[in-house]
Each structure stands twice: as C-alpha cells, then as structure tokens.
Design a binder for this molecule. Structure first.
Ligand code: MG
Length: 671
C-alpha cells in the first residue's frame, strides 16, 4: 500500500466543521469527476480506492493548496492582491447580506438575514440576473487576503453553500433563460431562468477561479467544502457546455470562461473538452462577429470593447497555461484591428460615442486597457501612443477614417482635445444591442461631444422598464430622420460615397428606412471647420405623413430662433455651436423633452429638437443643415444655404452655402 502523507491542518480540517457551515457534506461523486491519474493526485486515488474518502478529500485539499503552476491572468500571485475602497465596501456590506449587484441600482439592496435569492426589488431583469453573478464574492476574497480576517472566508463559504441549496438547477429551455418563451413559469424553473442563465453561470465559472485562489488556504475552506465546490463547479461547466448561447457577445463570454475553467481545473476529466469548446467557439466566432474592418456586429462601442476584452483574456489564459498555439495569427491580427477601430471612433478624451447600448467609458480605465493591449501588440505605435497619453508611440498617418463594412465614419481635423470630430453610424443590420439609428452621429469639438447620443438607460423588464428601454432605442431620439416618428423598419445602410481627404470631405449614405420612404444623408466636412448635412427623404408616401429631422441638444443653455430655424449654445468653456436648418417653406420646429443616459439606470434631462415637414405630393423632402462649431457663445455666424439642383436626383446633388464672411461655397457630388 502507498504511504500517505497529510499536513496536520488538513487532517484537522477533515475532522471538524467550523460553526455555521454544517450544511456542507463530503460529496464522494467528486472522485468520479476528476482524473485521479493526474500527477499529484496519487494519494487521493489510493485513499479513495480504500474507501477512505474523508482522508482522500483532505489529500485533495492538500494538493490544491500546494498547487503552484496554475493561475489566472487576473491573480498571478495571491500574496500581492490589493483591494480598492469600493471593493472593501462591497465586502463589508456583503457580511450583512447587502449585495453589490448592479452599478445602476445603488445603494445596494439587502437580501435578508435568511438570504432571499429571489428578491427582486425593481423589476428590471438585469437586477435579478446579475444577483447570480455574485460580484461581491471576489471582493470578499481580496478583503480576506489583505486583512487575514477569517470572517470574510467563513461568510463567503456560508453564502456559497446557501446559494447552492436555494437555487437548484431545474429543467429550463434556452428561450426561458432569455425571457422570450411564452407562458408562465413557476417554482424552481422560474428562479432557475435567472440563476442558471448561461451568461450568469459563465460569470460565476470565471470568478470562482479567483475565489478558489483567494480562499483556498482558509480554515473555512474544508475538505468537505472543497468537494461541494468542485461538484458545483463541474455542474456549472457542464451546464454551459450543453447550453451555450446561440450567438452574440453572450456566446463569446461563455466560451472565454470555459477556457478559464478548463485551464484552471485541468484535473477534471472533461477539462480539455471545456477548454477546447471555448477555443473552437472563439476561433469560429471571431470571424462571424467581427467584420473585416474590425467592427463587432452588434455595432455598439460598449460591446465592441467588451468583446476585445474577451478575446484578450482568452489569449492571456492561453499564454499563462501553455496553449497559445490554439489561437492562429489571424485571431491576434483581428483583435488588433478591433482595437484600432475602437481608438478611431472614440474621442480625444478617451470617451466613446453612446451609440446603441453603449455607456460612457472613463479615461483611466481606457488608459489601463491600452497599456495592457500595448504589451500584447508592442509594435503598434498607435496603441502605444494612447497607452502613454502621447509620450511614446505615434498617431496614425491619416485623420478621417471610414469603416465601410460596419458603417462607422470618422471625420476629424486632428487628434488633440481641441479637434473637431464627427462619428457617423450608418451600417448594416446590427445584432441585439444595436439600435435603429442609421445615419445618426456625434460631434466632438474642443473638449466634448456636442450631439451626444441618448444612450440606452436600461435593457429589459416589466412594462415600465420596457417603456424606458423603447424611449432610448427610438429612432426619433437620435440625430437622424424619421417618418411619423416611427422606428426604422429597415436598418441596412449603403455607402454611396466616402471621400475622407481634401478640403471638402464627403460621406453619402442611404438607408431604405420605411416601406415607401428612404433616407439619403450626405455629410460635407468643409475645410476641417464645419459640417453641412443634406437629408433627402424620398418615396411615395404623401399627404399628412410627417417627415422629421431630429437633433439631440446638449444640456444647458441652448437658445433657438423659430424665425430662421437656428439653435446655438452659450457655454463659457470654448465648446459651442450654431446650427441652422434649411427646409421646405412649410417646415416647422418642435422642441420636446429629451434624455441622456451615460450609465445604466442613470439619466438626465435635455432637449430633443425636430424639424417637421408634411410630405404632401413632393417627390422628396430635402433639408440642408449647417453645423458650425466655435469657441465663442452666441448666435453667429450668419448662414445661408440652398439647393442648386432643384430636384432630388439619384445621381447626385449640388448646393450653395455661405457661412459668415466667407465666400459662397458650392458643394456637391455626382455618383
Ligand atoms: Mg442611441
């Protein structure tokens, strides 16, 4: 018989249950899930073969406590973990069962002394789904490592077991998880659709690697608990393996986290299957979800960024654990293109347009991202420039840049804070997070974005949540054109002309829009100083059908004049505009309440402006809008604009514009 050696602590731990953890049981099935021939598990194997499972579990714990060759990209040395003030707060509040679930719902809710995992104080699906991501668990681990205070480990182990006990995995279909199934679901299945949605499961799958690293040395991490943990962990990975989301960013998140699971727990018999499933999905989906210009197919800056992070994390896990060759060079090249895409569409202060379901990024977190990316792409001077705030590296040798497949077009006259930059979104039909906003834009000038997108505010939930969701998604609440304020029926823009160089740079983009009305938008960037936008609504709709051109105004002092259809700003920070809309004689102006959301469940009021024309029997309704950014406040310069070609033509247009004291300019193109 093989000699068995244990640490004293492990033997003691095998024989005693710390108070409050009595729900833990030794789960002998764990020995069937592990490959007991794995190097280092020899004692576990022989003890289990002898039927001495308590001692086998203690030996298994010993193995994991002394295992040194495996780590996560996030925690490569547990002795060096730090905790932020905010994480400390989450950890401390969690001791009282006040759980940090969602940034959009602060302060956090309390889930009761006897934790109620079905508590749903606001009927936003995200709030209930994300409870099951256990975002406070890893902060408890940091608090434990930094302080050495056992209370964090004890409470984490308690909550971990409490969650298992109260959230059984019921038979739920894929449609149920995404809340799109018909009919009412009750009991365990009703709860399981939240607790066991694959995206949430994958979140736990990843974060439990960190928790395992952080808590493994704690006396509360008993051999019995280890068996509970591993059985639960296995069930998580197995659940994802058989319930991968069909597509989109969920599928990518799940795949990347399965790579973590396989890499971090290679002792499981199925570990290589988990890892390989994730690798295969990422290698396949990077070609499906990322266009050749580097844009991700949800056409949403936030999810674009999240997707970059997914691909990068998988690479880092591969690097650390010796399977980098699983990803071909084309994968790495695509990630680099995605970063360059993102860097182009963002503004000089590192913030992003709020298109689709995007939230506003923060400069410090973006610099941290660029620093990390710069290590992976050391030869990319643009990434290095952004990582070092211009101290090293170099800017691209171009200014304006189009991403034609994704339909993102960037006009700019520079890269500095004082630059003028417009980002137009006019792409193909986007996936879930994309909004019906074809033709919309944001314009940055001298320190901020002056035509910020409304953002997204919330995702899905009860009727009230959905009403808000739909307000922010609405085409009419963008900087584009609508028919009767309705949402676009078709979102499939075609680029007719993209001319990113010269004194007059031009984008011409056309979207079918509605059954009998298409929208052609022509943007002229004149002398790097101002924009002229020509909107043409063309089609057989007639009579009282209303064509509206919408603009979302910045917050603050934005006076207007109905006489000449102008809006201008009176800001004292050197970032102002004046714009004037020229339309048919019967054009009216309307001002309504608008909103701006830069973070989930946060919004502020502002003004939503539209210029409205009854279609009547005109073949096309045509507008010219001159947008003039400037440092000074007030209603100037004077502007005039008119069509020289009187009627809409498929083949091009010609207009004449005069701004201030400048000479008259003729702008146009022929297709
Ligand atoms: Mg939007």
């Amino acid at each position: 018989m093989k000699k068995t050696i244990f640490t004293v602590a492990a033997v003691l731990a095998a024989m005693t249950f710390p108070a409050g953890l009595s729900a833990q049981e030794l789960r002998p099935e764990v020995f069937g899930l592990l490959d007991l021939d794995w190097p280092g598990l020899e004692q576990v194997k022989s003890l289990h073969a002898e039927g001495r499972d308590s001692l086998a579990a203690a030996a298994l714990l010993d193995y994991y406590r002394s295992r040194k060759d495996i780590c996560t990209p996030e925690i490569q040395d547990v002795s060096k973990v730090k905790i932020s003030k905010t994480q400390q707060k989450w950890a401390d509040e969690a001791l009282e069962h006040t759980f940090y679930v969602h940034d959009g719902y602060q302060p956090s809710f309390n889930y009761g002394k006897d934790i109620n995992w079905q508590y749903w104080p606001v009927r936003d699906n995200e709030l209930r789904w994300q409870l099951h991501r256990h975002k406070w668990f890893s902060p408890m681990g940091y608090a434990y490592r930094v302080s050495g205070d056992e209370k964090y480990a004890r409470e984490w182990a308690f909550q971990y077991m409490d969650w298992i006990r109260k959230n059984p995995l019921a038979d739920v279909t894929k449609d149920d998880y995404e809340m799109v199934s018909s009919g009412e679901i009750k009991g365990d299945a009703e709860n399981a659709r939240f607790a066991w949605r694959p995206l949430e499961v994958s979140h736990r799958l990843q974060d439990q690697c960190f928790q395992f690293q952080l808590f493994i040395d704690s006396p509360s991490f008993t051999p019995e608990f280890l068996t509970e943990f591993l059985v639960n962990y296995h069930r998580h990975a197995d659940h994802i393996l058989h319930n991968y989301s069909e597509k989109g960013n969920h599928l990518l998140f799940e795949a990347q986290r399965m790579i973590y699971a396989g890499a971090f727990f290679p002792e499981f018999k199925e570990a290589s299957v988990w890892r390989q499933s994730g690798v295969d999905i990422l290698n396949r989906e990077i070609n499906v979800q990322v266009y050749e210009d580097g844009g991700q197919f949800e056409l949403d800056p936030h999810y674009h960024l999240a997707t970059i992070e997914i691909f990068i994390k998988a690479l880092q896990a591969a690097d650390l654990n010796g399977f980098r060759d699983d990803f071909p060079q084309s994968y790495i090249d695509t990630v680099e293109k995605m970063i360059v895409f993102y860097a182009n569409i963002c503004f000089p202060d590192y913030t992003n347009p709020l298109f689709s379901d995007a939230k506003l990024t923060k400069k410090e977190s973006m610099i941290a991202n660029y620093r990390k990316w710069s290590k992976i792409f050391p030869d990319n001077m643009f990434i290095r420039y952004l990582a070092t705030e211009g101290k090293e590296g170099a800017l691209p040798d171009y200014l304006s840049k189009g991403f034609l497949k994704s339909g993102f077009f960037v006009f700019r006259n520079g890269w500095g804070m004082d630059a003028l930059q417009m980002v137009v979104k006019a792409g193909p039909k986007g996936e879930w997070h994309c909004q019906p906003d074809n033709g919309t834009f944001e314009m940055w000038y001298n320190g901020r974005s002056l035509f910020q997108d409304s953002g997204s505010y919330v995702y899905a939930g009860d009727a009230e949540v959905m009403e808000w969701r739909n307000w922010f998604r609405a085409t009419a609440h963008h900087n584009t054109l609508t028919l009767n304020d309705k949402n676009l029926e078709t979102t499939e823009s075609k680029t007719l002309l993209w001319q990113p160089e010269g004194d007059v740079q031009i984008l011409v983009t056309e979207n079918p829009g509605y059954k009998d009305l298409k929208h052609r938008r022509s943007v002229f960037f004149v002398d790097g100083k101002y924009f002229v936008i020509v909107d043409e609504a063309v089609g057989s709709v007639s009579g009282n059908n209303n064509i509206s051109l919408h603009f979302q105004m910045p917050r603050g002092d934005v006076p207007n004049s109905r006489e000449d259809m102008t809006f201008y700003t009176n800001f004292d920070d050197g970032s102002n505009f004046m714009f004037r809309c020229f339309g048919p004689d019967n054009m009216t102006m309307k001002k309504e309440k608008g909103w701006l959301s830069t973070a989930y469940n946060k919004k502020v009021q502002r003004m939503n402006v539209s210029f409205n024309v009854k279609k009547g029997d005109m073949p096309a309704v045509r507008y010219i809008t001159v947008i003039y950014p400037k440092e000074t406040a007030g209603k100037e310069p004077a502007m005039t604009a008119k069509f020289i070609k009187k009627d809409f033509s498929e083949n091009g247009l010609k207009i004449q514009v005069k701004v201030g004291k400048e000479k008259k300019r003729t702008l146009g193109y022929e297709l």
